[in-house]
Design a protein around this ligand. Structure first.
Ligand code: C5P
Length: 316
């Protein structure tokens, strides 16, 4: 049987607005999600046992069912028990390039790659919407990671409307090695402070979604207006994360003082990104901020926005 190698890109949030509470305990969101070229590599192959195994050299990546990629394989085995019994277990190997626990969907994209890879390896013929429905059972960002590109995400984040690709811009990512922000904490704290503004009536939720759909940022993306895109970046979670993590706020201020199109925290952080017109500009700004902050624990990556989700490479 073939083994498969998959490229699993990370993402940034160009826009993240929290609208209200959902009956399932999650938040009703409107986001604009954007794939980046920085990607993990996932290798999967069938083994002769009924076991799922996972290997990753990164010290912060667990090899058990606390890893979303492991849970993705478990979900496929549970959903298709006869195929699983026929083909046996799965060996998963993850080469980590996307920063871990960073607000860049690193764990989510690995899980998306495992769903796509097992679908191919077992010849299941699941369509993208069927894969996205399985992905939504594992986490809110995983459906987006399957097709990637540029999309408006609503509901928990799992309902997707693709918009024109935005792949001409470059992005600098900056993350402190020793800072991690708990996503449940960020949403819970936001609820404590801002739930008085939450909207609950379906009609009003629809209006808020429409405002984004027909709004200035989507229009700027459609017209590839880089300056406008940079000016209109938005993330509600900054309101709770930046005051609690001054080092993250410091990175954002440092980017804002440079020649960038715009800067924003991604997801629940702690990664801060800055958009640039070109690779050379991104590298110059990264060097400038590195020197200005002079913190050996602050890591930088320069990458490009991407129009792709999970991509396959057949190895043999
Ligand atoms: O779905 P995911 O596992 O990525 O979500 C992580 C946590 O983020 C959830 O347990 C929840 O606390 C919070 N969350 C939320 N509303 C969303 C997405 C995430 O409250 N739409």
């Amino acid at each position: 049987m073939q083994s498969y190698s998959l490229i699993a890109p990370g993402k940034i949030n160009l826009y993240l607005e929290i609208i209200g509470d959902r009956p399932d305990g999650f938040h009703e969101l409107v986001m604009i999600l954007q794939s980046i070229e920085l990607a993990d590599r996932i290798d999967i192959k069938a083994n002769d046992t009924q076991a799922i195994t996972l290997h990753c050299h990164h010290p912060q990546v667990p090899a058990d069912e606390t890893n979303l990629a492991y849970r993705a394989a478990q979900l496929m085995c549970k959903t298709f028990p006869e195929v699983y019994a026929n083909y046996g277990g799965v060996d998963i190997s993850i080469t980590k390039n996307v920063p871990v626990a960073a607000g860049l969907a690193g764990g989510s994209t690995d899980a998306a790659a495992v769903l796509v890879g097992i679908n191919l390896m077992w010849g299941l013929g699941l369509t993208k919407p069927e894969l996205e429905a399985l992905a939504a059972k594992l986490g809110s960002d995983i459906p987006f990671c399957i097709s990637g590109g540029t999309a408006i995400a609503t509901g928990r984040g799992e309902t997707l409307d693709p918009i024109p690709d935005l792949d001409h811009l470059w992005v600098i990512l900056a993350k402190h090695r020793n800072i991690s922000v708990s996503t449940p904490w960020a949403y819970k704290t936001y609820r404590q402070h801002y739930s008085k503004n939450y909207v609950s009536e379906p009609e009003n939720i629809k209006i808020r979604r429409e405002l984004v759909n027909s709004g200035a940022l989507v229009s700027a993306i459609t017209h590839q207006n880089s300056r406008e895109i940079g000016n209109l970046l938005y993330n509600d979670l900054e309101k709770v994360v930046l005051p609690e993590y001054p080092l993250v706020a410091q990175v954002k201020s440092a980017f804002a003082n440079c020649e960038v199109l715009g800067t924003m925290m991604s997801g629940s952080g702690p990664t801060v990104f800055a958009l640039c017109e070109s690779e050379s500009q991104a590298k110059t700004v990264a060097e400038k901020v590195k020197k200005a902050i002079a913190d050996p624990n602050l890591d930088f990556w320069v990458t490009k926005l991407s129009s792709g989700g999970i991509q396959l490479q057949v190895t043999h």
